[in-house]
Design a protein around this ligand. Structure first.
Ligand SMILES: Cc1cc2nc3c(=O)[nH]c(=O)nc-3n(C[C@H](O)[C@H](O)[C@H](O)COP(=O)(O)OP(=O)(O)OC[C@H]3O[C@@H](n4cnc5c(N)ncnc54)[C@H](O)[C@@H]3O)c2cc1C
Length: 486
């Protein structure tokens, strides 16, 4: 059966709803433009943007003058306001990069110079100073580079709320739309997906590890993406307070090295490794994780690895150019590549989005500001953050707020139901997990998952056997053995 060509011709079509594509959509949604954003996944931020260290790097490390340095430093400054507008947890913890001998102290001094060139505030701390700040560090530490502007963010909700805000401002988000071909059309492009064919005047390629495949659909390219996998441990948030800052080793040609950091949720994240692999390889393996553990214990000997609740991995979109690619295509200004966005891509993403709008889109289409653009999402109610009196007030108004679904992370039925009223609602079990952390805790969904399956079935008027764990086809239940109810 042939695919339908949709009649609407969008001003802008964005491929990829990771942090980069989503922020570009949000940035452009402040202008009078028709915008559609597609993802092959069934949620926003479901690929690399939800499997990373979630550090809003200060920007002391990238090569001065590179796109990585420019966008990272600008992006870092944009996060406090953005996190507030998008109602996302963000903390400026500051980072410490450790040196364990005289040679490494010389590298810290070079990094300090680089930081000064990149206009990033840093300070070299003595052994006594760094141990006073972080007593759990290996006592052999000799010095550290302190970067106070480094932060940590909730990466899941940052992307999801940015998408919600873009949709609130008129953007159309099409899930489960995998782009399979693009051809030049009069005044634009025809973009073929697994579902239909869409027309657009401008196409923006933000397809992460697949951005080279998308770019090559319209012209030969002289760069390639080779995914570089990073594997992690995630500790429960009941693990004791180990450190107050993000702790890095010295960076190397393989990246920033194995870090230890507390996420806004209180969980410690430990990793990542760095190995080239294939685009779809997200497997974790014991040998690599053992090396991650050794590297982390070298910095902090008392890490309670027995508190591990899961291991996971993410894929960096490492390009042969060695830098972010943010430019018009060679053959046509109406096709824009935003590719090779490996670390510090999350930190850089707001600045990349602004650059794409103001420097790449503005010269080719008129950008007329909307008077009614609203940069803020409607506030989320998180009962766990409230005092008992306020909680009780909400529960007396709506008893669903008093019905616990996830006991590990304290998530109520009312909070899950609230998600379905938002403009980027969850369609799967994992989508609820990313938004509210239900299933993120010690039991990893053992207790709450069956209830969440039933809730999704009720919400979307489908059978529990049709409920998805994650993307299309990821069914979890074969049949019900008892008449399960909430
Ligand atoms: C291990 C690791 C650690 C990291 N740590 C940090 C960090 O601490 N700080 C930091 O700043 N950065 C970090 N990064 C980098 C950061 O995560 C990325 O730069 C950022 O998430 C890239 O976002 P993106 O939108 O470009 O890609 P993605 O999030 O991968 O989004 C691309 C989207 O395109 C979609 N797509 C692909 N092909 C198609 C198609 N054919 N049709 C439709 N859709 C398609 C995918 O489904 C995906 O959703 C890390 C990355 C990794 C892997």
């Amino acid at each position: 059966m042939g695919l339908t060509i949709m009649s609407t011709k969008y001003d802008v079509l964005i491929i990829g709803a990771g942090v980069v594509g989503t922020l570009i959509a949000r940035e452009l949604s402040q202008y009078h433009l028709s915008i559609v954003i597609l993802d092959k996944s069934n949620d926003a931020g479901n690929a690399t943007s939800s499997a990373n260290s979630a550090i809003i790097h200060s920007g002391y490390d990238p090569e001065p003058g590179s796109n990585k340095a420019i966008f990272n430093v600008l992006g870092n400054k944009m996060f406090p306001l953005l996190a507030e507008q998008l109602d996302v947890s963000f903390t400026q913890l500051g980072s410490l990069t450790l040196a364990f001998n005289e040679e490494q102290i010389k590298v810290l001094e070079q990094l300090k110079k680089r930081a000064e060139t990149n206009d990033v505030p840093v300070k070299i701390l003595t052994k006594e100073e760094v141990l006073a700040m972080e007593p759990a560090l290996n006592q052999e530490v000799k010095a550290a580079l302190y970067a106070p502007t480094a932060g940590v963010i909730d990466p899941f909700n940052f992307v999801i709320h940015a998408m919600e805000n873009a949709v609130d401002n008129g953007v159309i988000f099409l899930r489960n739309h995998e782009v399979t071909n693009i051809v030049k059309d009069v005044d634009g492009y025809l973009v073929t997906t697994n579902k239909n064919i869409l027309k657009a005047k401008i196409v923006i390629n933000a397809a992460g590890v697949k951005a080279d495949v998308i770019a090559a659909m319209i012209e030969p390219i002289d760069w390639k993406i080779t995914p570089r996998k990073g594997e992690y441990y995630l500790l429960d948030h009941y693990a004791p307070n180990l450190t107050q800052h993000t702790i890095f080793p010295l960076p190397s040609e393989k990246g920033k090295g194995v870090l230890v950091s507390q996420m806004p949720s209180g969980n410690y994240i430990i990793g990542p490794s760095s190995e080239f692999t294939d685009a779809d390889d997200l497997a974790t393996d014991a040998d690599t994780l053992a090396k991650v553990k050794t590297a982390a214990l070298n910095m902090i000997p008392s890490i309670p690895f027995k508190e591990t609740i899961r291991v996971f991995s993410g894929l960096r979109a490492t390009s042969t150019r060695g830098d972010f690619i943010v430019e018009h295509s060679n053959s046509n200004k109406h096709f824009i590549n935003v590719a090779g966005i490996e670390s510090p891509g999350f930190a850089a993403s707001p600045a990349i989005a602004k650059y794409v709008a103001e420097q790449l889109v503005k010269p080719i289409i008129q950008l007329i500001p909307k008077a009614n653009f609203n940069p803020r999402v409607k506030r989320y109610l998180r009962l766990a953050k409230l005092d008992d009196e306020t909680k009780n007030k909400y529960i007396s108004q709506n008893p669903d707020y008093g019905t616990m679904i996830c006991h590990c992370e304290n998530v109520s039925l009312g909070e899950i139901k609230d998600l379905f009223t938002r403009s980027c609602p969850p369609m799967s079990v994992k989508a609820i997990k990313r938004r509210l952390r239900a299933g993120f805790g010690r039991c990893q969904g053992g207790f709450c998952q069956p209830k969440i399956v039933l809730l999704l079935a009720e919400q979307y008027k489908i059978k529990p056997t049709e409920v998805l764990l994650d993307d299309e086809g990821s069914y979890i239940i074969d049949h019900l053995v008892k008449g399960e109810t909430l």
